[in-house]
Design a protein around this ligand. Structure first.
Ligand code: SF4
Ligand code: SF4
Length: 385
């Protein structure tokens, strides 16, 4: 190993990353508690004070948000069912275009939990076996492709099988309107099978760091692909590098940072662990590719938070945060919610597409009569009150 001439004395950013992740995870728990109160107030059918629904819950509806994004791209319309979901989705996309998959390692609550479990597992395994578990390439690569297969299915179904009309029909459908409540019941009344699946994923995350994120998360797959477009990349200075390998050792994504001049990987989450681990000054940094200028670590931390807050703040300021569904409509939907479903599989998506696009005049009548029904319902509720 070469001698270190100029030691890296820059402070690690990992503590700040941990604080930001913790605050965001706390925010998600808070949203969860508020949503629980909201559903409780719906179940009481107005017998208790109506609790406002926290719009942030829509961040957990990525499919609906992707459809909303498609509708926004093709028509410019911000769909009114889950507008906050659209703004959260755009914020995450923008973060990825600027700083790669930074959402995964700085804000995502699932990434945060995976990381904590993975670190705990690594310590235990190291104590027992004096080594880390790393899957061989012939297992790692096929498993990593699973998240892309899931993403490909959603992209194919939404962008290629569905038309703008059927996307709008889906977004308007009762299923989508209450998708957040459906998600709540999935966890509140969790089946034994789902518990086994979630438990298995948690257990696997102990032995294989970031199991869900690395192999299964389609959202991460999308951000990984977008990250290739980011102009800010981790660059290694080959001349000053002393080939200590500490960067590769620190990388939670198993990227061989010490063997490349620039990290160009869909697995890099811009966590900056490698940059912090490098013992030589100005040898491993994030640089803006056009000017080759180094971007200080603190600026990256501030920028990812600001991008997220700015885009979601824009949603709030423009009145596209809270949806327009009234508590009465929610209470009414709650009664029939178990009968609401969504297409599963490509054949069902094609059928949905055909149904939505055919008989448009008849559809228009149905939509109009539904509108009249809603108006009547609201006026009846108004009279009762
Ligand atoms: S390459 Fe560096 S920034 Fe990217 S995931 Fe690995 S440690 Fe994190
Ligand atoms: S870039 Fe990686 S291998 Fe080179 S000195 Fe820094 S930590 Fe060591």
């Amino acid at each position: 190993m070469k001698k270190i001439e100029n030691r890296n004395t820059e402070k690690s950013i990992q503590n700040y990353r941990f604080y930001i992740q913790s605050v965001f995870a706390f925010l998600c728990i808070w949203i969860g508690v508020e949503f629980y109160q909201f559903v409780n107030s719906l179940q009481a059918g107005g017998a208790v004070t109506f609790n406002n629904r926290p719009p942030g819950v829509e961040g957990f509806l990525p499919i609906s948000s992707l459809m909303s994004f498609y509708l926004f791209l093709t028509t410019g319309e911000i769909h009114s069912a889950h507008p906050a979901g659209l703004f959260i989705f755009i914020a995450i996309i923008l973060m990825s275009l600027v700083f790669g998959k930074s959402f995964c390692s700085w804000l995502c609550p699932v990434g945060y939990i995976s990381e904590l479990i993975g670190e705990f597992g690594e310590k235990i395994i190291y104590k027992l076996f004096k080594r880390k578990i790393r899957l061989p390439k012939y297992i790692d690569y096929p498993l990593r492709s699973l998240k892309y297969l899931l993403l490909a299915f959603f992209v194919y179904a939404i962008f290629f099988l569905m038309t703008t009309i059927s996307i709008k029909a889906f977004l308007d459908s009762p299923y989508n309107l209450v998708a957040d409540i459906k998600m709540y019941y999935f966890f509140a009344e969790i089946s034994r099978f789902s518990l086994i699946v979630i438990g298995s994923l948690l257990l696997l995350s102990v032995f294989i760091k970031n199991f869900w994120c690395r192999f299964l998360c389609p959202y991460g797959a999308l951000l990984g692909l977008l990250s290739f477009l980011s102009l800010n990349k981790i660059k290694r200075n080959q001349v000053s590098c002393v080939d200590c390998g500490l960067c590769a050792k620190a990388c939670p994504s198993n990227i061989k940072v010490d063997k490349v001049n620039m990290v160009f990987s869909d697995e890099c989450t811009t966590c900056l662990s490698c940059v912090d681990a490098c013992p030589v000054a100005d040898t491993l940094d994030v640089r803006f590719l056009l000017t080759k200028k180094k971007i200080p670590k603190k600026n990256i931390a501030i920028a990812v938070v600001i991008i997220f807050m700015a885009v979601t703040g824009l949603g709030m300021l423009t009145g596209n945060w809270q949806n327009k569904i009234t508590s009465e409509e929610y209470v009414n939907h709650l009664k029939y919610m178990n009968s609401y479903g969504h297409p599963t599989g490509t054949e069902a998506v094609k059928k949905f597409n055909e149904d939505a696009t055919s008989n448009l005049p008849e559809k228009k009548n149905v939509i109009e009569s539904e509108g009249r029904y809603k108006q009547n319902l609201n006026s009846q509720i108004g009279k009762k009150n």
